[in-house]
Design a protein around this ligand. Structure first.
Ligand code: NAP
Length: 229
């Protein structure tokens, strides 16, 4: 059984995830940070693309002591499984995600990845090979399901989310829209990639909830047509 996939991103009022230089920007405040930390703590695994690792070097650990304790009380590791989608195994061996916090790390690569780099990753991460050129996300989801991952949070960035949406693997999307404009035609957005050309191809969404958080708004979507469409 494939995992239930929840995407979470913060975007500016003009829909950008970061600057055109792919420099990380603080889009949301403390209250939203806590919401995201709880969402992560409630997931079996959290996943990002290699672009996000190279740009931001996140550890993807659960930060709140209460959230970590809650996970331990449930008898699971204090951090979810952390996954990087990285066809050619470009992840630096010193990346924070490979060293900060305990728990399983997975690097998903394609057959194009250098076997020497795969061997170098093995002491710190489980390597899954899926796909010939790029990581085949459907195969990867099947593999994660087999490993017992039921709920997966995808934290970005725009290329990986676009790939997940195109492969129809996303179930829910949270977008926090912050009160600033970042601008730039090359700045990443929620779904980059090739884009869809025809309306018949668009994945439609059903709005579940809108909530004001500090100076922005949280939009919670389910992927799929609303009943009345
Ligand atoms: P990304 O989505 O993190 O990673 C994209 C890379 O994933 C691709 O270039 C590709 O590289 C790899 N990949 C492997 N298989 C794939 C597949 N089947 N489909 C799609 N991608 C696949 O990178 P990004 O779009 O450049 O986003 C990074 C930016 O987003 C950074 O600026 C970061 O700050 C920002 N960000 C913002 C938020 C937010 O909430 N505001 C969250 C996360 C990231 P290979 O072909 O080499 O594998």
């Amino acid at each position: 059984m494939r995992p239930y996939v929840v995407v979470n991103v913060a975007m500016s009022a003009d829909g950008k995830l970061s600057t055109r230089e792919r420099r990380q920007v603080k889009i949301s405040g403390a209250q939203d940070f806590t919401r995201v930390d709880r969402l992560k703590a409630g997931s079996d695994a959290v996943m990002v693309g290699i672009g996000t690792i190279l740009a931001d070097d996140p550890s993807l650990t659960v930060k709140g002591e209460d959230c970590r304790q809650h996970r331990k009380n449930r008898g699971v590791c204090e951090h979810p499984v952390r996954i990087v989608v990285d066809s050619r195994a470009r992840i630096p061996l010193e990346a924070s995600i490979l060293h900060k916090g305990n728990g399983l790390r997975i690097v998903a690569v394609s057959e194009k990845a250098d076997p020497k780099k795969i061997a170098a990753l093995k002491p710190v991460a489980t390597v899954i090979v899926a796909g010939e050129e790029q990581v085949d996300l459907t195969t990867l989801m099947d593999e994660l399901g087999t490993m017992g991952i039921r709920r997966l949070m995808v934290e970005g960035g725009g290329e990986l989310i676009a790939g997940m949406i195109r492969a129809r693997l996303v179930d829910e999307i949270y977008t926090f829209v912050g009160n600033m404009i970042i601008g730039g035609r090359d700045a990443p957005t929620l779904a980059d990639g090739e884009g869809f050309l025809a309306e018949e191809e668009f994945p439609w969404l059903t709005l579940i909830e809108t909530r004001r958080i500090e100076d922005g708004v949280l939009l919670h979507w389910k992927v799929g047509q609303p009943d009345q469409r």
